[in-house]
Design a protein around this ligand. Structure first.
Ligand code: UDP
Length: 252
């Protein structure tokens, strides 16, 4: 244990190689995804991932607002990532701050690269991500939720996008950082993957890693994304299963 000023720095890794919540370095936090939770959105999803609680709602393709953003050759993707005032320990000032704007922009770009935007000129695909409870990795949880919501809306896309943050804690590369690890760790590397092509559509980094560490982190992140991908597909299967059992009753 060390200390920074008056604050105690928690021991992020114990002698047995366990993290503060008992996970190993390559373990994800528990992840639960539910598709189709909002009646008024075209598509929606709810994600609980560790202590993160995130909701995504999707509309479109629909008329562009504000109008001047309209593009003649393709749909635009407008994502709004928002953290609720009650989502963090210290009340967050409501509204879009610089961080939310940056996250909204990188998520919009990630989705624009997997949606068939040329098929829907002069329209907007709107993605709302609401973070209800935050414990690090919320941009990734938002992408995971929004992917499922886009599929739930029936908007054609190359693939779902799983996402996860890999980091460095106590000198080791670790999957899916929680808040204390994000705060006191040495690096944080959120990424989003298109499993079908192996392409990364979001990659950001805070902190420092050597090149071999970065390569290890990317490998671990891809492995994590592939596990998350399975949970995303399962959520959509579960949604579809409910519909198919309901169908005979409607027909009868
Ligand atoms: N956080 C906070 N207040 C803020 C922004 C972030 O308490 O205004 C916390 C929140 O738990 C968030 C974490 O810090 O999940 C890490 O934030 P970061 O900017 O790294 O984004 P994230 O990891 O959530 O994608």
């Amino acid at each position: 244990m060390g200390s920074v000023g008056a604050k105690e720095v928690p021991q992020l890794l114990n002698e047995a190689g366990r993290r503060i919540d008992g996970r190993g370095l390559e373990d994800l936090r528990a992840l639960k995804i539910e598709a189709g939770i909002l009646n008024r959105a075209d598509g929606s999803a709810y994600v609980e991932w560790g202590d993160n609680k995130v909701m995504a709602a999707v509309y479109g393709p629909r008329e562009v607002h504000p109008r001047h953003l309209q593009q003649n050759t393709k749909a635009i993707v407008q994502c709004r990532y928002n953290m609720a005032a009650f989502s963090v320990d210290e009340r967050k000032r409501p509204g879009l701050d610089r961080r939310s704007q940056e996250i909204s922009k990188v998520i919009s770009e990630a989705f624009e690269s997997v949606l068939f935007v040329e098929e829907y000129p002069r329209t907007s695909i709107d993605v709302y991500i609401e973070v209800l409870q935050a414990n690090a990795g919320t941009r990734c949880a938002g992408i995971v939720a929004a992917s499922v919501a886009l599929a739930d809306a029936g908007i054609p896309m190359v693939d779902l996008i799983p996402a996860v943050a890999v980091g460095k804690i106590a000198g080791k590369i670790a999957l899916d950082l929680k808040k204390e690890e994000d705060n006191y760790g040495e690096a944080d590397l959120p990424m989003a993957l298109v499993p079908r092509s192996g392409r990364l559509v979001l990659l950001q980094m805070e902190g420092h890693m050597s090149r071999p560490e970065l390569e290890q982190a990317l490998d671990l992140g891809v492995k994590g994304c592939l596990k998350i991908y399975e949970v995303q597909k399962e959520a959509l299967r579960a949604r579809y299963a409910v519909r198919s059992t309901e169908a005979p009753e409607v027909a009868a």
